[in-house]
Design a protein. Sequence first.
Length: 100
Amino acid sequence: MASQEQVFDKLKTCLDPELGINIVDLGLIYAVNIEDSHVGILMTLTTPGCPLDSYFVKDITEKLKTIKGITDVSVELTFEPSWSPSKMSEESKDIIGFVN
């Protein structure tokens, strides 16, 4: 069975194509649930109208299935709670010049 660490390491290779920052450091990942060979991801987007939803679902699914033992991936989008820059890592805030 895959570990949380393996899944998060792989999720960090999924980059927002507009910002060039990974989805973990952007604070888009809310939960990871691993059950046998299935991984469920609960995530958000920076805005409800973001056109990248299908891009992220495909990228996440393809990358997580490269982890040994993972055969099924589901990605659920939620906007509760809504995303805010406070969810970003300090490093990603520095990259885009976000000032508190």
